[in-house]
Write a protein that binds this ligand. Structure first.
Ligand code: NAP
Length: 314
């Protein structure tokens, strides 16, 4: 059977993306297939589209690692979930894509809280996994004052809230135009300027998570020894640990999906955990969605809406 899906037939800029017919995937052992309501765009999707994993994937390729939707097929060995359940999560990352389509097969997922809008759920998976993994590795908890360098983006905006929920004090860097957004997430906002180290020391920062990968590791290591990066490949030169996740054989932070879902259920009003979504595109406009995701100045995620379920805000 065929489905409709975003796809590209050659590597290149966002314009290589088209929407068309594609072979339906099916749930393997330990997996579920969903009818996709919404999907997210992660930096890795842009890198793969540009040719990063040339040789590891065959073309045409369906992009996307994060999605939310309604289970329509259950793979062998899956218990506790039924056809019709609303879930959100990530594809089997070894496939390097498959989420931006009518049907997607998830390798990791959690039940979607009713209070979490579809577009937030669709964009959430890898941001929550990555943030949780990083906070675990830094042992962030009550008593930590955590600096998140790059707090306004997809991972940073979620990491701020998850760290605060652990009882940590959070300081987050961002451009001048992102300061109010970062404060609204629950962090003390700081502009990542020349006095960043001084401000961080003044604020008592005891651990640093580099999300921006902005080439500041040498400076960040003067604040504390507890520095972790997810984005700076020069980490070893600075004696800093880099976390690359399950693809690098590391334990993953998928338990974060359940934690985040519980925070959504428990939260009220303004303080409720959310996955900030900056802009939503129709699946047919995937080229524009990728262009937006690659244009910088993030305040949360770029999401894609398929129109296959009734409402964006159920
Ligand atoms: N290792 C892993 O497991 C893993 C997993 C997920 C993501 N990542 C990587 O982590 C990084 C962040 O991912 P994301 O999803 O959060 O990306 P994103 O949504 O594009 O956000 C990136 C953030 O970094 C900020 N930033 C970038 N360059 C900056 C600079 N020179 N100075 C100050 N701030 C800067 C951005 O601010 P502006 O938008 O205002 O520029 C934005 O807030 C990406 O490099 C991604 O590839 C790694």
């Amino acid at each position: 059977m065929r489905m409709f899906a975003a796809q590209y037939h050659r590597f290149g800029p966002p314009e290589v993306l088209v929407t068309g017919s594609y072979e339906e995937p099916h749930a393997g052992p330990g997996q579920v297939r969903i009818r996709v309501a919404a999907a997210g765009i992660a930096p890795v999707d842009l890198a793969i589209r540009a040719g990063l994993s040339r040789g590891q994937i065959s073309l045409p390729h369906v992009p996307g690692v994060d999605a939310a939707g309604i289970i329509d097929e259950i793979g062998p060995g899956v218990s506790g979930y039924a056809v019709g359940d609303e879930v959100f999560g990530t594809v089997d990352l070894k496939r390097l894509g498959g989420a931006s389509a009518e049907f997607a097969v998830l390798g990791f997922w959690a039940s979607k809280p009713g209070k979490l809008p579809w577009v937030q759920a669709g964009a959430a998976g890898t941001s929550i996994e990555t943030a949780t993994r990083a906070l675990d590795l830094l042992d962030v908890g009550a008593g930590t004052t955590l600096l998140i360098d790059g707090a306004a983006g997809g991972v940073g905006s979620v990491a701020v809230q998850l760290a605060a929920a652990r009882g940590a004090r959070v300081v987050g860097t961002g451009r001048p135009g992102s300061q109010d957004f970062i404060a609204g997430l629950g962090a003390t906002p700081v502009v990542a300027g020349p006095d960043l180290v001084g401000r961080a020391v003044e604020l008592g920062v005891s651990a640093v998570l580099d999300v921006a990968g902005a080439g500041r590791l040498a400076a960040l290591t003067t604040i504390t020894d507890a520095v972790l990066t997810i984005a700076d490949f020069s980490a070893a030169e600075h004696g800093v640990r880099m976390s690359v996740g399950a693809l690098g054989g590391e334990p993953d932070g998928q338990h974060g999906l359940q934690i985040a879902a519980a925070l959504v259920e428990q939260g009220q009003g303004q303080g409720r955990f959310r996955v900030p979504v900056q802009e939503v595109f129709a699946l047919e406009d995937m080229a524009a969605a990728h262009a937006a995701a690659g244009s910088g100045h993030r305040r949360g995620k770029i999401a894609v809406w398929t129109g296959l379920v009734d409402s964006q805000d159920d």
